[in-house]
Design a protein around this ligand. Structure first.
Ligand SMILES: [Fe+2]
Length: 356
């Protein structure tokens, strides 16, 4: 298994990791053989890369942090909540709580949680994919911070609905290509308050979750909105969600032309440690993201190319890799593994995603 950019896909390749659409449908399932039609479809919806089988390199074991079944359900639930609210009708909080509980149970059951796969999403995401991802990343951070079950649920609900106020804005405003007028800007700045109003009144939603919607654009140094709160004045959940949401937005910006990899997004976040983000929480967050994702191709200092096969939570820059090309670029047969933690003379120089 390995990651390849969509423009390098050839008909006949086999999908190794399912691709999920933004509203809870499977676009390409694991084991499907790709034909010309699929390649065009992937390009049309703007998926930048996919995981394919590679018999020369061999099998790689990997786990989705959340099962596809639960992720699909979470996407459907988010879509239904938004549809109901747009129609000015109520939504079923029990369905939301059920999927939140399922996600938390799955995450609690995994040991050594690490986000070790590259995210794949369509550019036409209407926000559902982003909301679900923000929730998953926030819960993993909460787990690493030692949160109990009740705290995890409140955090998860707040994270899932952090941008719910956006549905009250005029349709199309966020996607507008032309510069916004001062009035339009003003309207966008209101979405935290609008989201808070929706959640605050909703029975079964904790007031703390509602505060995530209200405060997710506050910044650690007080330069955020709506109130310009500083440091600990911002509730802890909102400080977590601010990091998770911006990270997810950043990797979601990736396109076929310009891919944003986890380590690049992390570098960006670190630049704003203590400015936008709580430095202590950011440290925890950085620890849950594998900087060298499983399935990516890396160049070692010895000049060989290798595939990352196992992430290393303790020493993120020292995963287990499988060498498959020698320094001259010829295939190594059979490929062999190096555990970078046990072999300090080797290190990763860079990720080479573009290599076919
Ligand atoms: Fe927002």
């Amino acid at each position: 298994m390995r990651v390849i950019p969509v423009d390098k896909i050839k008909p006949g390749m086999v999908v190794e990791r399912a691709i999920i659409g933004s509203t809870g449908e499977i676009l390409l399932n694991r084991g499907m053989q790709i034909d010309v039609r699929y390649i065009q479809r992937l390009k049309d919806i703007g998926i930048p890369l996919i995981y394919v089988r590679d018999d020369n390199i061999g099998k790689v074991e990997y786990d989705e942090v959340v099962s596809n079944r639960t992720r699909l359900e979470a996407l459907k639930v988010s879509r239904d909540v938004v549809t109901n609210l747009r129609l000015r009708s109520d939504f079923d909080i029990r369905r939301v709580n059920k999927v939140v509980d399922d996600i938390i149970s799955e995450l609690v059951a995994s040991r050594d949680l690490l986000v070790a796969l590259i995210d794949m999403r369509a550019v036409n995401d209407e926000g559902f994919y982003h909301s679900v991802n923000t929730m998953v990343l926030s819960v993993i951070t909460g787990l690493a911070m030692g949160f109990n079950d009740k705290q995890l649920r409140q955090l998860a609900c707040g994270a899932l609905f952090h941008d719910i106020g956006v549905i009250m804005l005029p349709p199309g405003l966020l996607k507008k290509q032309t510069p916004l007028s001062p009035e339009e800007n003003e309207q966008i700045l209101k979405h935290p308050e609008l989201g808070f109003q929706i959640l605050r009144k909703k029975e079964g939603v904790s007031l703390l979750s509602a505060h995530v919607a209200l405060q997710h654009h506050e910044k650690y140094d007080g330069s955020g909105y709506p109130r310009g709160l500083v440091g600990d004045q911002i509730c802890e959940y909102a400080r977590i969600v601010a990091i998770a949401a911006i990270y997810d937005n950043f990797v979601g910006l990736g396109s076929e032309k310009q891919l944003v990899l986890p380590h690049q997004a992390i570098q960006y976040l670190i630049k704003y440690s203590g400015i936008w983000f709580d430095p202590e929480i950011l440290k925890v967050f950085v620890g849950i993201i594998a900087v060298f994702p499983i399935g990516s191709v890396v160049l070692l200092n010895s000049g060989v190319q290798a595939l990352v096969t196992r992430a290393n939570k303790k020493y993120p820059s020292r995963p287990v890799v499988r060498v498959f090309k020698n320094r001259m670029g010829a295939r190594v047969a059979p490929p062999f593994e190096i555990d970078l933690e046990a072999n300090p003379e080797y290190f990763i120089q860079k990720i080479v995603v573009e290599e076919p």
